[in-house]
Write a protein of this length. Sequence first.
Length: 283
Amino acid sequence: MPHVTRFAPSPNGPLHLGHAYSAIIAHDLAGADGTFLLRIEDIDGERSRPELAAEFRADLAWLGLQWQEVPRQSGRLASYRAAAERLRADGLLYPCTCTRAQIAAAAGTIGPEGPVYPGTCRTGVTDPSAPAAWRLDMAAALRRTGPLTWHDGLAGMQQARPDLLGDVVLVRKDAATPASYHLAATLDDAADGVTLVTRGLDLFVATHVHRLLQALLGLPVPQWHHHGLLAETDGRKLAKRRGSPALSDRRLAGEDGRALGADLRAGRFPTGLSLVQSVGCYP
């Protein structure tokens, strides 16, 4: 059946083959009568490079994809602030001045994304003058919503377990990046009418938190489809921060983008790459 899907890259580096694979999946799962959206997630502080948005469009067109573009995140800051204020008014957010080093030293539990915040500032910060992030009081939030479920197209029905991540940050310390990925992506998908969220398995565990935020904020609940990840021979996924080869280099070298897209759809990956179908947080 037709869906509204989206591809939502951050302009902090060029797209690579992993992005191409993800965009093609989102495009194709929309169906012939569905809608495939492009959303630029450009609130990553100084790392965001606005000029890359044009490069992203050229890469997608080269792959033979067609899309509708929706407002980028930098134009949605008011909606993030309003949602955060609503959660604060409900007594579900609290300020946290802890540094990453302090959290790592104090954390007694390792969750699917690393050390779980131990709740140091839940009863009050020790230095009110220090920059503060705002964390979700997970226990209080779950008491309010009760048990929740969500559905993944590959893994099936899931019991929401956002508690595995502890009291996650929803508003960052850095004023230039006002909302965390959890808050911004959840609000954006609702605003854009996305009915099927497609993304890599590395974000599977984040969906537990997003399902909780949807319940707290009264947002519509989509379906999800978490696909495998393209990885190199050492098993590590392709990543911008590791300098994975850019799609734009292939495009500018004259490679046939539509043929590349057909190969990715058929599971024919370039030499040295394979599809990882399981990560630690995926059943």
